[in-house]
Design a protein around this ligand. Structure first.
Ligand code: SF4
Length: 375
C-alpha cells in the first residue's frame, strides 16, 4: 500500500502563523504544473508498483487550481500508478474558493474528501491570522460542500490564538460540531520561524496563551469531541467512526508515500527525500533533468525514533512486540526503561502489547516523546 502527496505551492496571501513553503504570486502556476507532471513520470517507479490507496492535494492552496489543472494531474497519476478503486482522494481548500460549481466539479473528478482550512469562526481572530475568508464564508463552505454531495469533510481549527479566551474556543468548537463535518484537525498555535506572528510576539504586540489556558483548551477539545461522537484517533485529529484520514494515518504507520512538487517529502521505508523548496529551482531542475531533491538514508535509530514519535501520538499507541521485531531487543528495552516513570505516574498505560497515552499523558506528550528518543 502507498500514498501520493501533491504540493501546490501557491497562496493568495500569507497567513500570519504559517511557514509552509508557498509563494503569493501565481505567475508560474502553469510551469509548476508542467514540472509536476514531468516529476510524476520521472518517479513512477518510486512506489514499486504498490497499490495507491490515498492521494492528497495539499499546499499552499490547491483550491487555486482550475478544474482542468486538477483533472490533468489526476489523469497523470492514473496513467503512472495503480490507484485503488476506492482510494481516498483529499483536496485541501480555502473556504472562499469553494463555490457550488467548483465543488460539484471536484466531486465529478472523483475527489471524495475535503479538508477546509477554517482555523477559527471568529472574524477578529481570522484577521489576526490574516486569513482571506470570514466566519460566514467558513460556515457556508461546509454547508455548500455537503449540498454538493461531499460526505467526508474535514475542517482545521487552531486554538491558543492571541487574545483567545476559553469561552471563545468553546464557541469555535460548538460551531464546528453544529456543521455537517466528519473530521476535525485542531492544532495548538505555535510561533514558527519567519512568521508575522512570531515578530509580533517578539515585539510584545501579542501575548501567547499561557500553559494553563492551553491545557484547558485541549481538555475542552477532548470533551467536546467525545460528546459529539468524534474519536480522538491522534493527538490533533478527531473523527466520526469510519472517517479517520487514511492518508494521514498512513504517515503515522510509516507506509511509503511519494511527495511531488516543490518542497514535497517522500518516504519509502528506508530513506526520506525532500524536493528543493524553490519554485524557480524546481522548474529548472526538473525540466533540465537535473537532480531536484536531497536524500537521507534512515538509520535503525532514526526509524525507531520516528516509529515512537508518530505512534505514541495515535490512539493505538506503540506496539512493543512490533518494536522488538523491527528494531531489536536493545531499542525495545531502551523504550521500556524510559517509559516506566510515565506508566507509574499514569501518563501512559499498557494495553496488551500496546503502550498508549492517558488523557493526562496527552497533555505532556512532547515531554514523554522527548524522553523516548534515542539521540
Ligand atoms: S496557512 Fe495555508 S493558505 Fe495560509 S499561507 Fe499557509 S499554506 Fe497558504
Amino acid at each position: 500500500m502507498a500514498g501520493i502527496y501533491i504540493h501546490i505551492p501557491f497562496c493568495s496571501q500569507r497567513c500570519s502563523y504559517c511557514n509552509f513553503f508557498s509563494v503569493v504570486s501565481i505567475n508560474l502556476l502553469n510551469e509548476v504544473i508542467d514540472a509536476i507532471i514531468k516529476e510524476f513520470s520521472i518517479r513512477k517507479d518510486y512506489l514499486k508498483n504498490e497499490p495507491v490507496q490515498t492521494i492528497y492535494f495539499g499546499g499552499g492552496t490547491p483550491s487555486l487550481l482550475t478544474i482542468q489543472q486538477i483533472e490533468k494531474l489526476l489523469n497523470t497519476i492514473y496513467k503512472n500508478f495503480p490507484v485503488e478503486k476506492n482510494a481516498e482522494i483529499t483536496f485541501e481548500a480555502n473556504p472562499d474558493d469553494l463555490t457550488e460549481k467548483y465543488l460539484s466539479d471536484l466531486k465529478k473528478l472523483g475527489i471524495n474528501r475535503l479538508s477546509i482550512g477554517i482555523q477559527s469562526f471568529d472574524d477578529n481572530k481570522l484577521k489576526i491570522l490574516n486569513r482571506r475568508h470570514n466566519a460566514f464564508q467558513a460556515v457556508e463552505a461546509v454547508r455548500v460542500a455537503q449540498r454538493s454531495g461531499f460526505n467526508n469533510i474535514s475542517i482545521d481549527l487552531i486554538y491558543g490564538l492571541p487574545f483567545q479566551s476559553l469561552i471563545e474556543w468553546e464557541n469555535d468548537l460548538d460551531k464546528a460540531f453544529s456543521l455537517p463535518i466528519q473530521h476535525l484537525s485542531a492544532y495548538a498555535l505555535t510561533f514558527e520561524e519567519k512568521t508575522l506572528l512570531l515578530k509580533q510576539k517578539e515585539k510584545k504586540l501579542i501575548e501567547p496563551a499561557d500553559e494553563e489556558l492551553m491545557i484547558k483548551m485541549y481538555e475542552l477539545l477532548l470533551n467536546k469531541s467525545n460528546q459529539n461522537g468524534f474519536d480522538a484517533y491522534e493527538i490533533s485529529n478527531f473523527s466520526l467512526p469510519e472517517f479517520y484520514s487514511r492518508h494521514n494515518s498512513s504517515y503515522w504507520t510509516q507506509t511509503p508515500y511519494l511527495g511531488i512538487g516543490p518542497s514535497a517529502h517522500s518516504f519509502n521505508g528506508f530513506s526520506r527525500q525532500w524536493n528543493v523548496a524553490s519554485i524557480h529551482k524546481y522548474i529548472e531542475r526538473i525540466m533540465k533533468n537535473n537532480s531536484f531533491f536531497e536524500q537521507e538514508i534512515l538509520s535503525l535509530q532514526d526509524r525507531y525514533n520516528e516509529y515512537v514519535l508518530l505512534g505514541l501520538r495515535t490512539k493505538n499507541g506503540i506496539n512493543i512486540d512490533e518494536l522488538e521485531q523491527n528494531f531489536g531487543i536493545e531499542l525495545k528495552n531502551f523504550c521500556l526503561e524510559n517509559i516506566k516513570t510515565f506508566i507509574d505516574n499514569e501518563k501512559v498505560y499498557r494495553y496488551g502489547s500496546f503502550l498508549r497515552l492517558t488523557t493526562a499523558g496527552k497533555l505532556i506528550s512532547d515531554t514523554i516523546i522527548a524522553q523516548l528518543m534515542m539521540v
